[in-house]
Design a binder for this molecule. Structure first.
Ligand code: FE
Ligand code: ZN
Ligand code: FE
Length: 224
């Protein structure tokens, strides 16, 4: 029995060090995505999440302190691949709405990867009875989900439509209004599946953080 607990705990610590590295990679990658974005709303959303990512790194440092473990980052190959694909995209494509659509897809891949990791980490922290750690990780998971939803909103509010015609500027007008669309609501946005994933995982976890910052974390990003 005791040895099983030791195993889950060491797996947990390992995965925490892995996501620590993943978050640190994003601290470098997000500014590049923001700079390559044409839509001011998209740039602002990415920059906002960069600020949250800084908080997430310090939250992880708190977690390592609570667990009395070294937080030395362990290379995260998964995020490395996602970040690399994003850099390739930026190098290959000219600025404009189509690149913006690609940047959204790339950023959502990173968010979904993080959501999967934090979902597992929270379940393990619960199993290990680390309630303080659960709270901290849940705050981060809520931020990742809100960031993902914000990206879906931007894609659906005009960036995908603008990308169809290769418009350079249309992304700048992307907001809640979509009645200025001339081409009609025929095509479904490519990132639809992203929002489905978000909805599914929100249902799974939100109930666990009754006292957490579920609402405020979401509102902060969502209101931008
Ligand atoms: Fe993150
Ligand atoms: Zn990883
Ligand atoms: Fe994130």
């Amino acid at each position: 029995m005791a040895s099983e607990e030791t195993t889950l705990r060491s797996l947990f610590i390992d995965e925490l060090r892995d996501v620590h590295h993943a978050e640190r990679q994003l601290l470098k990658a997000l500014p590049k995505l923001a700079k390559a974005a044409t839509s001011p709303q998209l740039r602002a959303a990415i920059e906002n999440h960069l600020g949250e990512t800084e908080e997430q790194v310090s939250r992880l440092e708190q977690v390592f302190e609570l667990l009395e473990e070294s937080g030395k980052p362990k290379p995260c190959a998964g995020m490395q691949g996602i970040v690399e694909e994003g850099s390739d995209l930026i190098e290959e494509e000219d600025k404009g709405a189509a690149l913006d659509a690609g940047i959204i897809a790339s950023a959502q891949r990173a968010e979904h990867y993080e959501m999967a990791v934090y979902g597992s980490l929270i379940a393990w922290a619960e199993a290990l009875g680390e309630d303080e750690v659960v709270k901290l990780l849940q705050e981060t998971l809520d931020e990742e989900k809100a960031a993902d939803e914000k990206l879906t909103t931007l894609a659906e509010a005009g960036i995908n439509e603008a990308a169809k015609s290769g418009a350079e500027d249309k992304g700048a007008e992307a907001d809640e209004e979509d009645d200025e669309d001339e081409s009609g609501p025929t095509a479904r946005p490519a990132v639809r599946s992203g929002s489905t994933g978000t909805g599914a995982s929100r249902g799974g976890r939100a109930a666990m953080s009754a006292s957490g910052r579920n609402g405020s974390g979401k509102g902060r990003s969502g209101s931008r």
